[in-house]
Design a binder for this molecule. Structure first.
Ligand SMILES: Nc1ncnc2c1ncn2[C@@H]1O[C@H](COP(=O)(O)OP(=O)(O)OP(=O)(O)O)[C@@H](O)[C@H]1O
Ligand SMILES: [Mg+2]
Length: 273
């Protein structure tokens, strides 16, 4: 049982399925997934390419419609039937993805991108200087200078600046749940640790609960309280991060543990595998 078992449940799924297409060419991307995210917890979903991680994340976000199963937010069935309800849900749950280029409308300047976060929060009424103050604070949080960037388009930013702008957006929206889907897989090791530190800072300073998605078990162990292992659409193992690594039961998890030399050294897992 996770150490977060006693804190309130924020997001929960029961029996989530997703089948893309029909007939012979259909793909069963997510199979019967039960998932529970408690307030304050960091869960990592670990699995290889094509195991269904992004599909599951997009279902949680309401960007892909599930084929079956149910999703509860703070104990109530999620309702995305109207624009107002979707907007309210997206104040509570937000995501950053691997590819920052696909996140931003390339025709919007940085100032508009950040201003839209205030609109989502219903803060349209703020004065221009109040709005700028909040945008500046968000940029400072991610070590960007608002004055240098506000007039630029996303394509005028470096990859690292765009990653940080994505995090600045999250800082402003301040969702309860942040889904980070492989946010560091396209950047160098140095920027990677900066981004990870920023995510952990969002957790402590902005009170966020994080679902981290990665193919890297070592990274998952470093950042998370709880690990879910996903294979071919199924969650084949779950538990406190240390437990999953030390007492890997499923053969697939054992293979993943084998592939992380650092973990093997730290834990002397040779006997456990
Ligand atoms: N829109 C779609 N239409 C049809 N099939 C899809 C669609 N999106 C994903 N799939 C399929 O669903 C399966 C799971 O894909 P998904 O992107 O969720 O995997 P993933 O675990 O995120 O992989 P990666 O680590 O490479 O990002 C794959 O077989 C993929 O080809
Ligand atoms: Mg993916």
């Amino acid at each position: 049982m996770s150490s977060y078992a006693t804190s309130p449940v924020l997001l929960e799924t029961r029996g989530i399925h997703k089948v893309f297409g029909t007939g012979k060419k259909s793909v069963h991307a997510v199979k019967d997934v039960d998932f529970t995210l408690h307030r304050g917890e960091i869960i990592s979903i670990v699995g290889e390419s094509g195991s269904g991680k992004t599909t599951f994340a997009k279902i949680l976000l309401g960007l892909i419609k599930e084929t079956g199963g149910s999703i509860l937010y703070e104990g109530a069935a999620r309702d995305l039937s109207t624009q107002a309800k979707r907007r309210q849900y997206w104040q509570n749950i937000q995501a950053i993805f691997q590819d920052p280029y696909s996140t931003f409308n390339q025709f919007y300047r940085v100032e508009k991108i950040l201003n839209d976060c205030l609109v989502l929060q219903g803060k349209k009424h703020l004065s221009v200087s109040e709005k700028r103050e909040q945008m500046r604070a968000a940029c400072t949080f991610v070590n960007l200078k608002f004055e240098e960037l506000y007039n630029k388009y996303p394509f005028e930013l470096s990859g690292g600046q765009m990653q940080r702008l994505m995090i600045a957006r999250i800082f402003m929206i301040k969702p309860n749940v942040l889904i980070a889907d492989e946010p560091t897989s396209m950047i160098d090791a140095c920027s990677r640790s900066t981004i990870l530190d920023m995510l952990l800072k969002l957790r402590t300073e902005r009170d966020m609960t994080i679902l981290f998605i990665t193919h890297d078990l070592g990274l998952a162990y470093y950042v998370s309280d709880t690990i879910y292992i996903m294979e071919q659409g199924e969650m084949v193992e779950r538990g406190p991060a240390e437990d999953v690594i030390l007492n890997a039961r499923h053969p697939y998890t054992r293979r993943l543990v084998q592939d992380v030399p650092k973990l093997r050294e730290d834990w002397d897992l040779s006997s456990a595998i």
